[in-house]
Design a protein around this ligand. Structure first.
Ligand SMILES: C[S@@+](CC[C@H](N)C(=O)[O-])C[C@H]1O[C@@H](n2cnc3c(N)ncnc32)[C@H](O)[C@@H]1O
Length: 405
């Protein structure tokens, strides 16, 4: 048995004791006691609790691994997330002014990956236990929207029909205006009987669309979302911001950042989360690596009303970034890359004359690296805002404004 004092939380939300041991479910300043194996104290007894410790709001915590930080007060978690961004920027010697964090409410996650497993008696659907492939049922989950939670019975029936005792089905469930869009992978190979069962269950569960192992099974209504009122039908597997509140906060940040710009490039544009609302006031060139998402964005624009011109380009921005010369025609650029960041593209932005960059990021470390490149190219980091759409998890997202003075 060891007794340790927690010094800080690591980037995955685990406590780190003075001498480096990882202690899940602990908070800075706490004294904990337990067995240490392989550098981890997996089941700490809390000897001296932190003043920031709270009773977890969800009864499935901490058995369910879907949430990692329910034992910390909301204000503590918000401050910790901001601190993660500050630390990443400080490591690159970048100073920043922070706007207040925006945290998505409970029960607002409109996209989640649930796991389904056949059992001797029937089937289980839920989230994985912490660091385990055991599936924990979560009938009172506080994370996902009520519509996603209500689909549990349908997913359990699907797992009975199409799951095997050996494998696990991953259900990517997205709430859309037309109902739930469900993409299942890892189920039994399709055959006529399974197809009939799945179509019946999709109807009974009022799903918008169901696909199985990458193949469409049935579309009952278009899986549409609206980006600030502009409707887009999502292609299967398309990127979508995790909560409506998070999307709104990011869009507000981006809109304020670009200000009165009339010619905007939206890089890593997805299905048009930012490009389509921005086209109410400016012409937008949207660039994205996935052709299906650009096609969805284009169809949304064609069906939209009172929008300025939007052009779409399918392009790999890691290998073929828009060059500094191509960027001359834009008076603002929005950039929202995947976790790896956008080193090649920000190098071109740094070398360009673009006066304003609105940056969205889901990785403070790659954001800080890219910020350093932009600043070396003559842009100034005007402000940063943390947007927490992955409540109770260690994920951190942000929006920021860079300006060339
Ligand atoms: C974080 S998402 C943002 C999407 C969009 N801005 C939104 O808010 O919905 C990143 C996007 O980058 C796209 N992407 C990933 N790698 C890319 C690449 N090498 N070139 C262009 N786009 C890429 C993904 O398909 C995804 O749509």
């Amino acid at each position: 048995m060891a007794e340790l004092t927690i010094n800080r939380l690591g980037h995955l939300g685990d406590g780190i004791a003075d001498e480096g041991t990882l202690v899940p479910l602990s908070l800075p300043g706490e004294v904990v006691r337990g067995e240490v194996t392989g550098g981890r104290m997996e089941a700490p007894a809390i000897v001296t609790p932190s003043a920031e410790r709270v009773a977890a709001p969800c009864r499935h915590f901490p058995a369910c691994g879907g949430c990692g930080l329910q034992h910390g007060a909301d204000g503590f978690v918000a401050g910790w997330k901001e601190g993660v961004v500050r630390a990443a920027l400080t490591a690159r010697k970048v100073a920043a002014e922070f706007r207040p964090i925006v945290t998505s409410p409970a029960r607002s996650r409109r996209r989640a990956v649930l796991s389904g497993r056949r059992t001797k008696k029937g089937a289980l659907v839920g989230f994985h236990a912490r660091r385990s492939d055991t599936v924990i049922e979560v009938p009172e989950c506080l994370l996902v929207t009520p519509a996603i939670l209500a689909a549990r019975e349908t997913l359990i029936e699907m797992t009975r029909a199409g799951g095997s005792r050996k494998g696990e089905i991953a259900y990517t469930v997205t709430e859309t205006r037309g109902g739930l869009d469900v993409a299942a992978t890892g189920g039994k190979p399709m055959d006529p009987a399974l197809n009939a069962d799945l179509v019946r269950l999709a109807h009974a569960g009022r799903l918008a669309r169901l696909s199985w192992n990458g193949e469409p099974v049935v579309t009952l209504t278009a899986p549409q979302v609206a980006f600030d009122g502009v409707a887009v039908t999502l292609p299967p597997g398309a990127f979508l911001q995790a909560t409506v509140a998070g999307e709104t906060a990011l869009r507000n940040g981006v809109t304020q950042a670009v200000g009165a710009a009339r010619q905007i490039a939206d890089l890593f544009a997805g299905c048009g989360t930012f490009a389509l609302p921005l086209s109410r006031r400016a012409q937008v060139h949207a660039v994205e690596g996935d052709g299906a998402m650009i096609a969805a964005l284009d169809a949304g624009w064609r069906a939209g009303q009172d929008l300025h011109a939007v052009s779409g380009e399918v392009r790999d921005l890691f290998r073929r970034p828009l060059m500094a010369g191509d960027l001359k025609r834009f008076d603002a650029v929005v950039i929202d890359p995947p976790r790896a960041g956008a080193q090649a593209q920000v190098t071109e932005l740094a070398a360009s004359t673009v006066p304003v960059v609105a940056a969205v990021s889901c990785n403070p470390v790659s954001f800080a690296r890219d910020a350093e490149i932009l600043i070396a190219g003559g842009l100034r980091l005007d402000w940063v805002q943390v947007v927490d759409q992955f409540r109770w998890s260690p994920h951190v997202e942000l929006v920021a404004r860079f300006v060339r003075d």
